[in-house]
Design a protein around this ligand. Structure first.
Ligand code: FE2
Ligand code: FE2
Ligand code: FE2
Length: 426
């Protein structure tokens, strides 16, 4: 548990954060979007048959979910799928280790992830028995999932239940060399259950993971610096989904932080709002790429799908940051004072000040962004469009006037390029 000296801390659920990170990372150049989550669940189920206690089972779930956090390209991912041992695998293990070490609550998983492609017989001597087993469990779960994915592509939906051990048989020859005989034996028991296979299906996967996560308390108290670092990382992944939202969340967060300073909000509220800004569009991870990337107007169906993203953001953020207003502020960023917004249609006083700030930051940044059909708008144009919305009773007049008075400063923030943290996922 970490607490910075000036008590700028937040409560966060590490299990839910790991789930969000793996879901987000699965969108980075990876076609099979559930691999990370499935490997986590497979690890947990095999750990059960190893007789591991609750803490160790949960460790394996999180380490498994995060195991491929160093993969960022489709080409790498494809190689990892095609070849059981690939000389280039080392690279993503090292990157994963680096990524996990950069966020303290994930630091504990770094060594298991570092060695998740190392043969059982070649694991470094100086690793503890426990770490060797965690690393090898991930290795086996990873290969098992690859075999499972291949099997499910070529067979009918429930065929796997009649061939429960077939997937494992392909790995049999590597017992003792690649895989620990003890872990392999536990896997052989685990795959006998129907539920082992059914819960890997997309329609059950998240429920199974959440149910498992709920057995343990993963709440930790973190400094704002730590949470913001993770928030920035997730925001870059979300924004990378569409070429038109490059750095959008990061800049909305900075704008909201700056505007809330003009309004005299407390530092604690400002930084909480910055996190809400970083993650306000995290629900877009569920919006299909074709919609986010579509250069022309969306049709009615697409608009309807698009409009569900604030509720998805709410669900994710409520789970990661319980007992904070982050989910509320983030999920109301498309509400308008006249009730014309979505998804709740709140009006006037139903919308609090931080939410109003976030809404203005979001619109300001979006207007500053280049669109396929137009270049970057000038500050005066951005302000005049927003002024019109204030006159229509959609945006807060006082907050807007402060934004207008500081338009140049805000404009510079809104169009700033680049981010330090990007190195970590590059
Ligand atoms: Fe891997
Ligand atoms: Fe993997
Ligand atoms: Fe949004």
């Amino acid at each position: 548990m970490t607490m910075s000296k000036d008590f700028e801390w937040l409560e966060m659920d590490v299990g839910r954060a790991a789930h969000t990170v793996t879901t987000a990372l699965d969108y980075v150049g990876v076609d099979d979007r559930s691999h990370g989550r499935r490997v986590g669940l497979i690890c947990h189920r095999i750990a059960h048959h190893l007789g591991w206690d609750r803490d160790k089972r949960h460790f394996s779930l999180l380490a498994g979910m995060l195991h491929d956090c160093g993969v960022s390209s489709t080409a790498t991912h494809q190689k990892l799928l095609d070849e059981i041992e690939w000389s280039g695998a080392e690279d993503h293990c090292l990157r994963g280790e680096f990524f996990l070490s950069s966020f303290e609550p994930f630091n504990t998983y770094k060594t298991a992830v570092r060695y998740h492609h190392t043969r059982w017989e070649e694991l470094p001597e100086d690793l503890s028995e426990e770490t060797r087993e965690f690393a090898n469990l991930i290795f086996l779960a990873d290969r098992l999932d690859v075999e499972y994915a291949i099997f499910s592509l070529s067979h009918e939906k429930y065929k796997i239940l009649q061939n429960k051990t077939e997937v494992l048989e392909n790995l049999q020859e590597f017992v003792g060399s690649l895989f620990s005989p003890k872990i392999f034996e536990a896997a052989r028991e685990a795959v006998q259950r129907d539920s082992f296979w059914l819960e890997l299906r997309d329609e059950y996967l998240d429920d199974a993971i959440f149910e498992t996560l709920d057995y343990s308390d993963h709440k930790v108290v973190l400094s704002f610096d730590q949470v913001e670092a993770l928030g920035e990382l997730i925001s870059l992944i979300v924004d990378a989904k569409s070429p038109f939202t490059h750095y959008h969340s990061l800049r909305v967060a900075d704008l909201a932080y700056t505007i809330s300073g003009f309004l005299g909000l407390s530092e604690r509220d400002r930084r909480t709002l910055r996190i809400a800004g970083l993650l306000h569009d995290v629900g877009k991870l569920r919006t299909p790429d074709e919609i986010l990337e579509k250069p022309d107007r969306l049709n009615e169906d697409e608009v309807s799908q698009m409009r569900s993203h604030p509720l998805d953001s709410k669900r994710v953020l409520k789970a990661i940051f319980p007992n904070t207003p982050i989910a509320k502020w983030a999920s109301e960023h498309h509400e308008k004072l006249d009730g014309s917004g979505y998804p709740f249609g709140w009006q006037g006083d139903q919308i609090d000040k931080p939410t109003r700030i976030l809404t203005i930051a979001d619109i300001f940044q979006a207007l500053c962004q280049i669109r396929p059909y137009r270049g970057r708008l000038k500050p005066e144009k951005v302000i005049s469009i927003m002024e019109e919305m204030v006159l229509q009773g959609k945006l807060d007049h006082d907050i807007f006037m402060l934004a207008k008075a500081n338009a140049d400063e805000l404009y510079t923030i809104a169009i700033r390029e680049g981010a330090e943290i990007e190195k970590k996922i590059a």
